[in-house]
Design a protein around this ligand. Structure first.
Ligand SMILES: Nc1ncnc2c1ncn2[C@@H]1O[C@H](COP(=O)(O)OP(=O)(O)O)[C@@H](O)[C@H]1O
Ligand SMILES: [Mg+2]
Length: 227
């Protein structure tokens, strides 16, 4: 792997991410860290499966024209993946930084909603839609990263949960942006109006945008009721 590291971007419980270059292009290297509390054999199997699944879904989405990193190299046995480095800052930082205008933030949120709908139309749920896993570039164009928990799905529940995760995070971590989720959901439905009814996928029919929004309401009231 001809990856030349320059700086460490992230060190979490599950992965370490370095920025650098690969064949002269801006890249990141994602290294899965072993988890001490799991049995090593199980850990390797789980890590292998997750990395295979993450890269398979990324390749599929990239081919369909979505803003996700290209997969340039993969060594699942040692838990290493080389990805295209996506431009921009995590949405969490954009929302915290006072320098961005309200217009820019609205546009970023709206575009993020549209991109999530395009993801869902491919029958893929993300599984971890936090404001750390959405990067936004200088034109307020988002990309999605971190597909380790993503899955191909036709059941409406996980689509609703995807929206509920970002809903909760926008409410809890960024309460000063009072209409953030509404703007994002506007982008989510308007994308469906723009593109028409979702195409049939090989595994069946994808839930429509309006049915996912209805499910989000149900998840919200379930959570309110049960705490
Ligand atoms: N393709 C990428 N382009 C730019 N930054 C990235 C990319 N992949 C990861 N990062 C950075 O590294 C961080 C952690 O990567 P992520 O894939 O989310 O790992 P984890 O599973 O540990 O959350 C991200 O929040 C982002 O800041
Ligand atoms: Mg992440």
């Amino acid at each position: 792997m001809a990856f030349v590291p320059t700086e460490r971007l992230h060190r979490g419980a599950e992965a370490e991410v370095w920025a650098g270059t690969w064949m002269g292009q801006d890249a990141v290297r994602k290294l899965r860290r072993p988890r001490k509390w799991r049995h090593p054999d199980l850990d390797i199997r789980l890590g292998y499966r997750r990395m295979m699944s993450e890269s398979r879904l990324l390749i599929r989405l990239k081919r369909r024209g979505l803003n996700v990193p290209a997969v340039w190299d993969l060594d699942p046995k040692s838990g290493r993946m080389i990805l295209e480095r996506m431009p921009g800052l995590p949405l969490i930082e954009i929302l915290r930084n006072k320098e961005f205008s309200q217009d820019f933030i609205r546009m970023a949120l709206r575009n993020t909603g549209s991109l999530i709908r395009r993801l869902h139309r491919e029958a893929i749920t993300h599984g971890d839609l936090s404001t750390n896993n959405i990067l936004v570039d200088e034109n307020a164009e988002p990309s999605l990263i971190d597909f380790g928990l993503a899955a191909i799905d036709y059941e409406i529940e996980r689509f609703g949960i995807d929206l509920h995760v970002i809903d909760e995070i926008l409410g809890a971590s960024h309460p000063e942006h009072t209409h953030a989720i509404e703007v994002l959901l506007e982008g989510y439905s308007s994308e469906e109006e723009r593109l028409g009814a979702p195409p049939e996928q090989s595994g069946g029919a994808v839930p429509t945008a309006s049915s996912v929004l209805k499910r989000l309401e149900e998840v919200r009231s379930r959570v309110r009721y049960h705490g």
